[in-house]
Design a protein around this ligand. Structure first.
Ligand code: HEC
Ligand SMILES: [Cu+2]
Length: 422
């Protein structure tokens, strides 16, 4: 009876623990459920180090228990001093060499992966042909994210659309303090530093889905609300989305009169910080596809109540310390309704976070979407300039031409630090 009871207790405890732990990882926000190449590599490293640790733990425990029983003081041996083994060469060599071997086993893949994760060179097809590169310039600001696709005049904020199974290279800086770009299911963390200090990495999603990102560097009172999303859609959907985004100029007149009035309110009070259509980074998020967003300001449910509170209070309590609190506007309730109605018309594409799983467009190889020039500009330069010049000349020419990128390649050595930090 007693045996049965204790077995039951053990099974019960295990079940409860399994239940509690299974709640720990949301599939869209857990480094333990990777959906991207980078995150899978990192999980491999975690498993490898856990296996090594378990191995050490188990061996030490076995020796420990064995020694306790074997060398116990037995009756009648009270006066005996056991043989002393300090200074034993054999033992000391053994416990120096084994940890060195274990560390080497861990170090080799860690160093390999560190370099592989920072690799932003073009992908190649099986035949060795280089694919067009997709580059996105990312800017982190207190407490939101801005994304500019290079070469194709598409700008967005908060939600970054990418095609599945392709590497998307990110070149990242901050507008203010240090942030850290982290999408646990897709890739490791990367610090996002203020001006002149660009960090690069790539992200790649294996399956369609909406993957949650977090700022992983304490950056101010609303740091924990600095969420964003990676929306991974099929290449066909991505191409469609890019076309739809490119078609927006910001001049489009909405249908309803209320929304038209709202457009005017927006032009008078909000345009200084927000843009609609492709535009350089401004003081506030780009709103081209605002109504398609899954979340308001990155974290709040997208509904009328939240949007009204956001505009009426400038997000003062929703996101304390956010920069929209500097906005000088003072709107009547009617104007707020109008501008809300206008904002809800900003839905240029039927590709939204909801399409991230239904593959309504056929696949595309994205050829032609990202022009040739986008492929490693550095190489192009040295080819055209290197003609008559000596090698060193063309190299220095290269550096000065690529100012914006020159920095980043210098700093890409730091990437490894940033990845493993924190
Ligand atoms: C001083 C610059 C500034 C002005 C003026 C301004 N905003 Fe903002 N707005 C911001 C910033 C900064 C954010 C991002 C806040 C955050 O998430 O930390 C933001 C966020 C938003 C968002 C959420 C965007 C998203 O991507 O989810 C909406 C909606 C918005 N503002 C509407 C308005 C409206 C409407 C007006 C005019 C009545 C306005 N803003 C005027 C700076 C401004
Ligand atoms: Cu941050």
């Amino acid at each position: 009876m007693k045996g049965w009871m204790s077995r039951f207790k053990a099974v019960f405890a295990l079940t409860v623990m399994a239940l509690i732990l299974s709640g720990c990882g949301e599939s869209f926000l857990s480094a333990l459920q990777p959906s991207g190449e980078g995150a899978s590599m990192l999980l491999d490293l975690m498993i490898l180090s856990i296996v090594i640790m378990l191995f050490v733990f188990v061996i030490v425990m076995i020796i420990y228990v064995f020694v306790i029983f074997k060398f116990r003081q037995k009756k009648g041996q009270e006066d005996i001093v056991p043989k002393q083994v300090e200074g034993s060469h054999a033992l000391e060599t053994l416990w120096t060499v084994i940890p060195i071997i274990l560390l080497l086993i861990l170090a080799v893949p860690t160093i390999q992966y560190t370099f592989a994760l920072a690799d932003t060179s073009p992908e190649t097809t099986e035949e060795g042909e280089e694919l067009d590169q997709i580059w996105v310039d990312v800017t982190g600001s207190q407490y939101w994210w801005h994304f500019e696709y290079r070469d194709i005049e598409v700008t967005t904020s908060q939600e970054l659309y990418i095609p599945t199974d392709r590497r998307v290279n990110l070149s990242m800086i901050s507008d203010d303090v240090i942030h850290s770009f982290w999408v646990p299911t897709i890739q490791g963390k990367m610090d996002v530093n203020p001006t002149g200090n660009t960090n690069e990495m790539y992200i790649q999603a294996e399956e369609e889905g909406v993957y949650w990102g977090k700022c992983a560097e304490l950056c101010g009172p609303s740091h924990s609300l600095m969420d964003f999303k990676i929306v991974a859609v099929s290449p066909g959907e991505f191409e469609q989305w890019v076309e739809d985004m490119q078609s927006v100029s910001g001049e489009e007149e909405p249908e309803s009169e209320t929304a038209q009035a709202g457009q005017q309110v927006f032009a008078d009070n909000c345009m200084s910080c927000h843009a609609i259509g492709s535009s350089p980074n401004k003081a506030g998020p780009n709103l081209t596809n605002f109504a398609d967003r899954e979340k308001l300001a990155g974290v709040f449910d997208m509904n009328e109540e939240n949007l009204r509170e956001w505009i009426a209070t400038k997000g003062e309590e929703m996101k304390p310390g956010n920069s929209m609190m500097d906005a000088p506007y003072d709107l009547s309730d009617e104007e707020i309704n109008q501008v809300m109605e206008y904002l809800m018309t900003l839905s240029p594409s039927e590709i939204t976070p909801e399409s991230a799983n239904n593959g309504i467009y056929e696949d595309s190889d994205l050829s032609g979407l990202f022009p040739e020039e986008s492929e490693g500009e550095g190489e192009g330069n040295s080819d055209s300039e290197g003609n008559g010049d000596s090698e060193s000349d063309s190299e220095s020419g290269n550096n000065s031409e690529d100012d914006s990128e020159g920095d980043s390649s210098e700093n890409s050595n730091d990437n490894s630090d940033n990845n493993s930090d924190e």
